[in-house]
Design a protein around this ligand. Structure first.
Ligand SMILES: CC(C)(COP(=O)([O-])OP(=O)([O-])OC[C@H]1O[C@@H](n2cnc3c(N)ncnc32)[C@H](O)[C@@H]1OP(=O)([O-])[O-])[C@@H](O)C(=O)NCCC(=O)NCCSC(=O)C[C@@](C)(O)CC(=O)[O-]
Length: 299
């Protein structure tokens, strides 16, 4: 299959990238990050997470973040909503798109959202139903698609089963998360092959972490298969609170550099994105994990 002409970047830095930060990041910094990303041409920004602040304290200001955004036309500002309580709060804040998040591993589901896979799907049903009634599109995440921090190998058939269920329940797109970044290109292709037997490729997204340095290679592999939506995090920020040792998402700057080299459009200004990565890492005193970002800011 040929590469897509255009890739939609789903920027998750403000949510996935920051959720694991032990030191509180101010709402003002989050809002400036979101604004800078919009200015760089990012059209989809996952901005916050309506989860329990006891579980993920860093996302405790979701309400302030979602109501404080200076919205730009043409930009989607989305939030995670694990249950009805989360969705109701999101609706109160005028959120226009949400995401539910499940996993292909029982143990990870327990650690992350305190229930079994079956219970998580039951819990998502009313969330999706209410969102649809309110005219809010729901994205679905499936974590641990290439391995689990507690169970190790995850069968592609299990990933396909959970993805198919979420898609049939009404999620318009399924984002396939290599939560611990253990995948390799062949594994990524096999996993995608299993999922795409049930869901059109145009409804799937790749959400790869870079723990083992394979994320860009894995993305190249799935781009070849026709994936046209990529989740990434500016400066490679992040990690997962329930996956110890997991590195951040693949860096957005590195993804855009790869796409530019392949002649794939994204609508994103790489210079502005690199400057944003430099700014946020300085602001929160974190190393910049984007090789492209470091190179560009040095030049
Ligand atoms: C799902 C729950 C809430 C279940 O948590 P629980 O403890 O089973 O829930 P509960 O219904 O028994 O409620 C317990 C308390 O939480 C409150 N609560 C309940 N729901 C909410 C809510 N929505 N917002 C605010 N508060 C809430 C609720 O009101 C109650 O408060 P209390 O009475 O004790 O004071 C919890 O496990 C949780 O919040 N987990 C979040 C985990 C998380 O955010 N993980 C990171 C995101 S997933 C990810 O990063 C992976 C991804 C998506 O990026 C893809 C990849 O890389 O693989």
């Amino acid at each position: 299959m040929a590469f897509p002409d255009f890739v939609r970047l789903v920027e998750v830095g403000a949510r996935d990238g920051l959720q694991n930060e032990a030191n509180p990041v101010s709402t003002a910094i989050k809002l400036e990050l979101i604004d800078r990303l919009g200015d760089a041409g990012v059209s989809y920004i996952e901005a916050a997470s309506f989860v329990s602040p006891k579980w993920v304290p860093q996302m405790g200001d979701a309400r302030e973040v979602m109501t404080g955004i200076q919205r730009r036309s043409g930009v989607t500002y989305a939030a995670l909503t694990p249950n009805l309580k989360g969705l109701e709060s999101a609706l109160e804040c005028g959120v226009k798109e949400v995401a539910v998040f499940g996993a292909a591993s029982e143990s990870f589901t327990q650690k992350n959202i305190n229930c079994s896979i079956a219970e998580s799907l039951e819990r998502f049903a009313p969330v999706i139903e209410l969102a649809q009634k309110s005219g809010i599109p729901v994205r679905g995440y499936v974590s641990t698609v290439m391995g689990c921090p507690y169970e190790g190998e995850i069968a592609p058939a299990k990933v396909a089963e959970v993805s198919k269920t979420l898609f049939e329940m009404g999620c318009y797109e399924i984002s396939l998360g290599d939560t611990v970044g253990v995948g390799t290109p062949l594994k990524a292709k096999r996993m995608l092959e299993a999922v795409s037997q049930h869901i059109p490729m145009s409804k799937l997204a790749a959400h790869f972490h870079d723990t083992y340095g394979q994320a860009l290679a894995n993305l190249y592999a799935v781009l070849e298969e026709g994936i046209a939506v990529i989740d990434s995090s500016v400066a490679g920020l992040g990690g997962c609170p329930y996956a110890k040792g997991a590195a951040g998402n693949v860096a957005s700057e590195d993804v855009i550099y790869l796409l530019n080299g392949l002649g794939i459009k994204s609508g994103i200004n790489l210079e502005k994105l690199a400057a944003t990565g430099d700014w946020i890492t300085r602001s929160i005193n974190r190393p910049n994990r984007s090789k492209v970002g470091i190179a560009m800011m040095a030049g």
